[in-house]
Ligand binder design. Sequence first.
Ligand code: 13P
Length: 335
Amino acid sequence: MPTNHIDEAILEKVAPLYERVKTVIPEIEWPVHAPHVAAINELKKEKNAVILAHNYQTPEIYHCVADITGDSLGLSLEAAGTDKQVIVFCGVHFMAESAAILSPDKIVLLPRPDSGCPMADMVTPEGVREMKERLPGRPVVTYVNSSAAVKAESDICCTSANAVRVVNSLDADEVILVPDRNLGRYIAAHTDKKCHLWEGYCPTHDRLQVEEVERALAEHPDALFLAHPACPPEILALAHHICSTSGMGDYVRKSQVKKFIIGTEAGILYRLREENPDKEFILPSACLICPDMKLTTLEDILRCLQTMSPQVRVAVGVRERAKVTLDRMLAVPRD
Ligand code: 13P
């Protein structure tokens, strides 16, 4: 355990946490994080707060201060079910907005209000209305990576973990899928329904190149390639398994294979390495980093708990309609 000028008592207090994360957080970084980790963990108890962190968050957030971690679907369920009065959302804006929609009587804090989602910005409520006018009678299935206003124009939401199941649950032969064209094509390949796609995309997943994956597969012939359905179809064609971020965690844990090439945002590698110290994980491209997911720091979380701001609020008219679409998704049976 590293020691320097940092208060010994604080280091002592958080020592068990460092034992857990020392395979993913270098020794030299720990004295920087330790005082914030200790302060956040005290303050969240005092404020009756729960900290939710997406799988892409940094390891010091994910492993040292988060109470609940997971993919978009898991975190939506947690946000809907928590009995804590304050939810601190370490992720991006649309995730905190979903928490505010699902738990309207709670205080939802987003430590970095500037953590957006470029794909969510690629679709507007007006755009969805126009598409509905052009294609009347087709239900609109909207990926949770979208604004509350877009959800409010939709019939049901989905995440990468349940998209095919949600679409197949609908009593319709044709559907409109918004906003991710890559997830849309993946769904279209796994359903008999005719799919009309919005042309949005996640810039981080969309950047991954076939040559990068092929190179990684050639260098590591004993590895399996796991890909997120937000990757383009030509990347998914190379995948041994396609799933959400938490789906990757489950798959790796159960697998006898020791090496994996990971086709999603780099943050998930910390979780995978910490949970599977005997397995190796390879990122096929240095471009797999979402700048928005990397904005939140421990300092931001501490400040937001101290000031109880910034809060995410959704106007009541939008919120009520958006809640229907999220509730419908959460009601679709899971495994
Ligand atoms: P998950 O639904 O797998 O958590 O993915 C979230 C996401 O934003 C993908 O880019």
